[in-house]
Design a protein around this ligand. Structure first.
Ligand code: NDP
Length: 338
């Protein structure tokens, strides 16, 4: 059983050498009879920014931490090989939290979803049909409470969550602008995902001036994925009664000391609502979400871009690549394509 082991707590940017690929020869492909275990063959693993938060010893309130010497964990898609849990049987396809290894023994079925729609690529259950999709859905439709014609700004817009939020905003009849870190990603936003406009934040020395250019009348909705300087500049450009959905703040995850936000008084002046949320708040709505998104995917009305690397041994590089923007679209690692 090949595994990716978390070596030790990380400070600053994570490196490939913070993880090690090892092989455990003691693999039993049966679940012990006295347990409720589910043995899963992992097919696809998901690289997600929150995984960096588990690499510190400052345990975050909702995530906990990785254990040095143990395999890292994350969202994935797998096939049940053996099960003592009455709800799951051999051959079932599932998505949920698993280990970065070829086979994982899951001791709980909490947050494990069965996959019923297999006409769609299975890797999509790490993204548009899985955790990031549900994040975009709950965060945009519920937290942002959008209305037709509103001005929407999305940061990290070409990523797993951002590309969907932008397309949901267009479906709602909003005007949407995205930011991303390369010119190619900017083109993708405009030409593939249908954003009205997009810009490369790395080429804008003054983010406040850039936002004024793209939103001369201000921003009604900001879908926050990056935090830091971008958030500070957005706050100055919000419209009265604007909403900020605080989904994540990737620019802060490698910092020991978070950057301060200077412009909070504008929240008062503009009566802006900032609301954080976590994807598992929306787990009960997963089947409603599938009913919503599947027709759009099948009809090609929502586009989806993923960035696939092959092999567990290439997982660490793919994971740390999220923090330099190496990924174009949803970052997936293929372990076994079934
Ligand atoms: P992405 O697929 O967007 O990958 C991360 C991207 O972030 C990179 O490709 C890079 O793109 C950008 N990025 C990296 N470092 C920085 C930086 N310092 N400043 C600005 N941009 C940066 O990730 P996801 O779509 O999966 O996640 C997006 C956000 O949503 C994250 O903050 C994540 O933590 C959050 N999230 C929150 C959830 C919740 O329950 N609240 C659930 C899922 C995700 P670029 O080239 O554009 O810089």
């Amino acid at each position: 059983n090949k595994k990716v082991i978390f070596k030790d707590y990380v400070s600053g940017f994570p490196k490939e050498s913070d993880m090690a690929v090892t092989v455990d020869e003691n693999l039993k492909l049966k679940v012990a009879g006295d347990s409720q275990g589910i043995l899963v063959k992992n097919l696809y693993l998901s690289c997600d920014p929150y995984m960096r938060l588990l690499m510190t010893n400052r345990s975050s309130e909702i995530f906990g931490t990785y254990t040095p010497g143990a395999p890292i964990t994350g969202f994935g898609v797998g096939k049940v090989i053996d099960s003592r849990n009455p709800e799951f049987k051999e051959g079932d396809l599932v998505w949920g939290i698993t280990g970065w290894e070829e086979y994982s023994l899951l001791t709980s079925s909490e947050g494990l979803f069965k996959i019923h729609h297999t006409d769609i690529p299975l890797s999509y259950y790490t993204g548009i049909l899985g955790m990031p999709g549900l994040t975009a859905y709950g965060g945009f439709y519920e937290v942002c409470a959008p209305k037709k014609g509103e001005y929407v700004f999305v940061s990290a817009a070409s990523g797993a969550v951002g590309q969907l939020v932008g397309q949901f905003a267009k479906l709602m009849g909003c005007y949407v602008v995205g930011s991303a870190g390369t010119q190619d990603k900017v083109e993708l936003l405009k030409n593939k995902f249908g954003f009205d406009d997009a810009f490369n934040y790395k080429e804008e020395p003054d983010l406040n001036a850039a936002l004024k250019r793209y939103f001369p009348e201000g921003i009604d909705i900001y879908f926050e994925n990056v935090g830091g300087k971008m958030l500070d500049a957005v706050i100055l450009n919000m419209r009265v009664h604007g909403r900020i959905a605080a989904c994540g703040m990737i620019s802060q995850y490698n910092r020991d000391q978070p950057e301060g936000v200077q412009n909070l008084m504008s929240i008062v002046y503009k009566r802006v609502r900032i609301e954080g949320f976590a994807v598992f708040d929306y787990y009960p709505q997963y089947s409603k979400f599938l009913d919503f998104i599947l027709p759009y995917i099948r009809e090609g009305k929502v586009k989806y871009v993923e960035d696939i690397v092959e092999g567990l041994e290439n997982g660490p590089a793919a994971l740390i690549g999220l923090f330099s923007g190496r990924n174009v679209g949803k970052q997936v690692v293929v372990i076994a394509p079934q």
